[in-house]
Design a binder for this molecule. Structure first.
Ligand SMILES: [Zn+2]
Length: 310
C-alpha cells in the first residue's frame, strides 16, 4: 500500500508502555444515526434496519433463518460486549513498543477509513463519527473491561474505540503466516467495520441479544457480525483501490490474512481439529468470500450478512 506521505489520523491514542489506561465512556449509550435517507434503492438506512430487524427476529423467536447446523459446546462468548478478534492466540508477545513507523502506518490507514466512511455515510445523508484507535502493549483497560494482548485486536462499543497491540502484526506474520502491510490494513479496517456496525445499531443489538442466547446460537450470530465487518473492510479496500494507492499483491495479502484467521484454519493449526459449532468469526472460505464481496462492489447492500446465505 502506498501509504507514506498521506494524511495521518489524530484519533490514534498511543498508550503503549503504560500498562493499561482507564477507558472512558459508558457502555449502553450509543446513538444510532439512522434516518434522513429515502428512495427506491437499497440505502444504508434500509440495510441497517433490515439487519437489526433480522437480529431481533432471530433473537426473539430463536430462529436461525438459514438452518445452520446447531450444536453444543464451543467457546465462551466474549464478555462485556467486547468484539474480540483474537483468532486463538496463546501469547500476544512481549509488549515491546512498536516502531514509530508502525504508528504512522496505523494512523494513515485509520485516516483512510475515516475519509471513506465519512463519504459513504454522507452519501446516505448520515454523519460518520470517527472512532478512536488505541495502541497498547501488554494489557489495557477499556469500557469493556480488562484485556491483554493475548486477546488480540478488539473493538469496544462502550467507548467506541478499537484496541490494537501492534505486536499482533508480528504474530500475524510469524505465527499465522499472514504478512504484508495490507494484511495489517485489513485487520484495522475490520475493527473499523465493527465501529460502523456500532453506529448502525447492529452491534448494540447483537450484544443485547446474545445475553439471552445459548452459546451455539450466539456463535452463529457472531459469525454473521464478523463476516459483515470483513465485508465492510472490503468496501473500504474498494475505495482505497480507487484512489490508486493499492500495490500489486495487496489484496492477496488481505485475502491470505482472512484465510489464515478463519476459524477452521485457526483451529486446525492451534488444536489439530475443528469444532464447527464453536466458530464465531467464520471459516477461511467465508471470510474471504465476504471480504471479496465488499471489495468488488464497494456497496454496503452487498454486505447484508443477516438476510443472505453466508
Ligand atoms: Zn471482528
Amino acid at each position: 500500500m502506498l501509504w507514506k506521505g498521506r494524511r495521518q489520523s489524530d484519533n490514534v491514542e498511543d498508550q503503549r508502555g503504560q500498562g493499561g489506561g482507564l477507558g472512558g465512556g459508558s457502555p449502553g449509550q450509543f446513538r444510532i444515526p439512522i434516518g434522513g435517507s429515502s428512495g427506491g434503492r437499497m440505502s444504508l438506512s434500509s440495510i441497517i434496519i433490515l439487519g437489526v430487524i433480522a437480529l431481533i427476529a432471530w433473537g426473539v423467536f430463536g430462529i436461525n433463518p438459514l438452518q445452520i447446523l446447531n450444536g453444543g459446546g464451543g467457546l465462551m462468548p466474549g464478555g462485556g460486549g467486547q468484539i474480540t478478534d483474537n483468532s486463538g492466540s496463546q501469547d500476544g508477545g512481549t509488549g515491546a513498543p512498536a516502531s514509530d513507523e508502525m504508528k504512522q502506518f496505523v494512523s494513515t490507514v485509520l485516516a483512510e477509513t475515516e475519509d471513506t466512511w465519512t463519504g459513504i455515510f454522507q452519501s446516505e445523508g448520515l454523519t460518520y463519527e470517527n472512532p478512536k484507535l488505541v495502541l497498547f502493549s501488554g494489557q489495557i483497560r477499556s469500557a469493556c473491561g480488562f484485556a491483554s494482548s493475548a486477546a488480540g485486536p478488539f473493538y469496544c462499543p462502550g467507548d467506541r474505540k478499537a484496541y490494537l497491540d501492534t505486536t499482533f502484526f508480528q504474530q500475524l506474520d510469524q505465527q499465522f503466516g499472514a504478512s504484508g502491510d495490507f494484511a495489517q490494513a485489513y485487520v484495522i479496517a475490520h475493527e473499523v467495520g465493527h465501529h460502523v456496525q456500532n453506529l448502525t445499531g447492529v452491534l448494540p443489538k447483537f450484544n443485547q441479544m446474545r445475553q439471552q442466547m445459548g452459546e451455539a446460537e450466539s456463535n452463529q450470530m457472531s459469525v454473521r457480525v464478523e463476516l459483515q465487518a470483513d465485508c465492510f473492510a472490503g468496501v473500504w479496500a474498494h475505495f482505497t483501490a480507487q484512489k490508486g494507492i493499492l500495490e500489486q499483491g495487496d489484496m492477496e495479502e488481505a485475502l491470505n490474512a482472512a484465510k489464515q484467521i478463519g476459524d477452521d484454519t485457526m483451529q486446525k493449526k492451534m488444536q489439530g481439529y475443528v469444532v464447527p459449532e464453536s466458530f464465531n468469526h467464520g471459516t477461511s472460505q467465508q471470510r474471504q468470500t465476504w471480504l471479496v464481496r465488499g471489495y468488488k462492489s464497494g456497496k454496503l447492500s452487498d454486505c447484508d450478512t443477516f438476510n443472505n446465505p453466508i
